[in-house]
Design a protein. Structure first.
Length: 193
């Protein structure tokens, strides 16, 4: 023991050991805190994986065979024949960001415009003219927000479509499917936000 200011105090060795002990305690505390954060991160990661697995289990892929689509098209063409407007459709899939419809047309329908939806159109049967752009005549809003219908398109670009062709109409572009006389049309339409 060494006298410090007339009193007995710890030796240098003891003071060094004591500060090393405090340093070790601080390091253990840091490691424990770091370990706690790592454990928390692992719990969050595992919970995320479990949630993703649960969502994946709910969201199963859907497949429609060509035969199924052809049978549904026959049914829809029958319904279109009994509809004065000459159109029938069925939505076969729907999620918040897209939906898929099979549409049968015997006659030219209305011009359409969608503020939020891009149309991906696969012509499955028949031949038609796809009119895009131009000015929609007698344009009016429908009950659905951002949806408009009209009688015709003036000054539109015209593209001839054949069975197997695919067309994309971006959101905000007016468009019209013109059915040729005596040539019913069946389309697979994907509406994508």
């Amino acid at each position: 023991m060494v006298l410090i200011g007339g009193r007995a105090g710890p030796s240098k060795k003891l003071a060094t050991r004591s500060s090393r002990g405090a340093s070790a305690r601080r390091e253990r505390a840091r490691c424990a805190a770091r370990g706690s954060r790592v454990a928390q991160a692992m719990v969050v990661a595992l919970a995320s994986v479990a949630a993703a697995a649960a969502l994946a289990a709910e969201a199963q892929p859907q497949v429609w065979s060509s035969e199924q689509l052809t049978q549904l098209a026959r049914t829809l063409l029958g319904k279109a024949a009994s509809n004065p407007v000459g159109v029938a459709s069925e939505t076969i899939a729907r999620t918040p960001g897209h939906y898929v419809m099979l549409v049968a047309r015997l006659h030219t329908g209305e011009a359409e415009e969608h503020d939020l939806w891009t149309d991906e159109i696969v012509l499955r049967q028949g031949e038609a003219e796809l009119l895009t752009g131009g000015v929609m005549t007698e344009r009016s809003a429908t009950d659905a927000a951002g949806e408009y219908r009209g009688r015709d398109l003036v000054g539109a670009a015209v593209r001839r479509l054949h069975a197997g062709d695919v067309a994309e109409v971006p959101a905000g572009v007016p468009h019209l499917m013109r059915v040729l006389p005596g040539a019913p049309v069946v389309t697979l339409s994907l509406k994508v936000k």
